[in-house]
Design a protein around this ligand. Structure first.
Ligand SMILES: [Zn+2]
Length: 215
């Protein structure tokens, strides 16, 4: 059934049926208050949970992540002292170095998963959540942008990159004297902040608020 007007959209949402992801039991979508959760009456699986903080916690963590992202890209990542020769490396210089050595595929992959995807994901989140939180209305094409946010999530691999840095640090420790830069601490904090942001994001609530006027 196609909904033509705004009123019809509300009606469809009100009577929409949802299925339990564990036992496929169908039931009418519950309207939850902040802090409430809904469990399947047959198997007990957690179906919906409304966070008490609403979108505030997620937005606060997204702001924190953006600030840490800037710090992680502006300041040096590592300072190496090899036989008296001091060298500093930033995130972007590592990508440039890979490119200049002919590893353009790896350089492009590192650029996408450590820079482009996390930045786009954060900007998409702001674009969708800020108008909802501040004005109670959705931005143009917010539904599409929120879908992109979900698509970008698997590509924002800050934790994999952090693991790579730690492996490199352990291997280089015998060859050079290493001291971590501000960017390394920022990147580690960014990893935690983005994971916490993912956990704080109440996708059901965002979809509920976007639902009345789907693009
Ligand atoms: Zn169930």
């Amino acid at each position: 059934m196609a909904a033509k007007s705004g009123e019809m959209d509300y009606a469809v949402a009100e009577y929409a049926l949802v299925g339990c992801h564990e036992c496929d039991l169908l039931f009418r979508k519950p309207q939850l208050q902040p802090g409430q959760k809904a469990c399947c009456p047959r198997c007990g699986a957690l179906l919906f949970q409304r966070k008490r903080s609403g979108l505030d916690q997620c937005l606060a963590l997204a702001f924190t992540s953006l600030m840490l992202f800037v710090l992680a890209n502006v300041y040096p990542l590592l300072r190496m002292n090899i036989g008296g020769r001091v060298q500093e490396g930033a995130l972007i210089t590592g990508i440039e170095e890979l490119y200049s050595q002919g590893y353009w595929e790896i350089s492009a992959l590192v650029f996408v998963v450590t820079f482009l995807a996390p930045l786009c994901k954060l900007l998409c989140l702001f674009y969708v959540l800020l108008p909802l939180r501040l004005f109670g209305r959705r931005a143009p094409k917010a539904v599409l942008v929120f879908r992109w946010t979900a698509l970008l999530s698997p590509w924002a691999m800050t934790e994999v990159f952090m693991l790579g840095i730690l492996v490199a640090v352990v291997k280089l420790a015998d060859l050079a004297s290493l001291s971590p830069g501000i960017a390394l601490y920022s990147f580690a904090a960014l990893m935690v902040s983005m994971a916490a942001g993912d956990a704080a994001l109440d996708e059901h609530e965002v979809w509920d608020q976007l639902e009345p006027s789907v693009d």
